[in-house]
Design a protein around this ligand. Structure first.
Ligand SMILES: Nc1ncnc2c1ncn2[C@@H]1O[C@H](COP(=O)(O)OP(=O)(O)OP(=O)(O)O)[C@@H](O)[C@H]1O
Ligand SMILES: [Mg+2]
Length: 323
């Protein structure tokens, strides 16, 4: 049985995934030592291409709004990949397509080689998802919430009790497991949602703003639990966040999305160094921050529409107040 451990995590751990690949391609990095999944076995990928996710030409529209506009994205097996971008960039829409919750009207998505349009159940069995919106039921206990997900995600009946207990333990909620979720703090609720997503032992964990609104200690705590499970299982993590410091510290690679497309991709260091070189400040000891890179991309007038960046900044100020 695949077990979660909370003692093997190093929050600062970063895998070495080689060099920057601007087109989203690059050498595949297979996670080493991945334990076998038990019970409802995850389907074997039809091709071992080294990627957890590949999106090619993905388009998704809501009426007149093109939320995702020809997205090209590759997430390597085993990495922590951060999808950043201003409000409305299309991050959640892209993620909901990857999770098969939204259809794929144009383009293709593959999750460990499985087509998200044609093999939806195979894809769903491979992933865990913490949505941007609250997904825990406040009227249920922590244990009941995780049990519900175990049933929905088809964890075999005979394994459910143990797997629910392991998932709760992995996020340090054993002691609070039988309290109603409405008595939890914000950080505990987010950890509960993490347990819900982990109970199916996913190969790919997708987190949409997992730390929004949490205090700095709770944010670190959530990341420590993510990294502990990752260290134990080798799972891939795809995460969105508006906290640039988190992306810098915890992500192997980040992509900056703006108006439905990826505008920059690389390791945090590569993106910061790249901006320093463009500004001619590289080498003077003052490397730009990831926030500078974000401002540069989101405010650079990449298309003919302008005036959005001040809105983004004001939204982010609001978010930081909430946080
Ligand atoms: N269900 C929906 N119906 C109509 N429009 C939508 C819907 N969901 C998203 N949109 C629009 O699609 C665009 C992309 O939204 P999305 O939620 O994907 O952005 P995001 O990058 O996740 O933003 P945020 O950082 O605020 O979460 C926005 O213009 C949004 O208004
Ligand atoms: Mg979103």
């Amino acid at each position: 049985m695949r077990r979660y451990s909370t003692d093997g995590g190093d929050p600062a751990r970063r895998a070495d995934h080689g060099s920057h690949a601007p087109d989203g391609a690059g050498g595949p990095t297979a996670a080493e030592g991945r334990p076998e999944t038990s019970g409802r076995a995850a389907p074997e990928p039809p091709e071992a291409d080294g990627y957890a996710v590949t999106c090619t030409g993905l388009v998704h529209t809501f009426g007149e709004t093109t939320a995702v506009d020809g997205l090209e994205l590759s997430v390597r097996d085993g990495e922590v990949f951060g999808l950043l971008g201003p409000n409305g960039a299309g991050k959640t829409t892209a993620i909901r397509c990857i999770t098969t919750l939204l259809p794929v009207p144009a383009g293709t998505i593959r999750v460990f080689g499985h087509d998200a349009a044609g093999e939806r159940m195979a894809v769903r069995r491979l992933l865990g998802y913490v949505p941007q919106q609250l997904s825990a039921d406040s009227g249920l206990t922590g244990r009941e919430n995780v049990s519900l997900f175990a049933r929905v995600f088809d964890v075999p009946r005979r394994e459910r009790t143990a797997r629910v207990g392991q998932a709760l333990a992995a996020v340090d909620l054993t002691d609070a497991a039988d309290r109603l979720a409405k008595t939890y703090s914000g950080g505990m609720v987010r950890r509960l949602e993490l347990a819900q997503a982990l109970v199916s032992a996913p190969r790919l964990l997708i987190l949409d703003e997992p730390t929004i609104g949490l205090d700095p200690i709770a944010r670190t705590n959530v990341w420590e639990h993510i990294n502990a499970v990752r260290a134990a299982t080798g799972m891939t993590v795809l995460v969105t966040t508006h906290y640039m410091d988190e992306a810098d510290q915890y992500c192997d690679r980040v992509a900056l999305m703006h108006r439905g497309r990826i505008r920059a991709l690389g390791t945090p260091d590569e993106l910061r160094t790249g901006l320093g070189e463009r500004r001619g400040t590289a080498g003077n000891g003052e490397l730009p921050t990831l926030e500078d890179v974000f401002r540069d991309i989101a405010g650079s007038g990449l298309d003919d529409r302008s005036g959005e960046f001040s809105d983004v900044r004001s939204t982010r100020r609001t978010a930081s107040r909430v946080g």
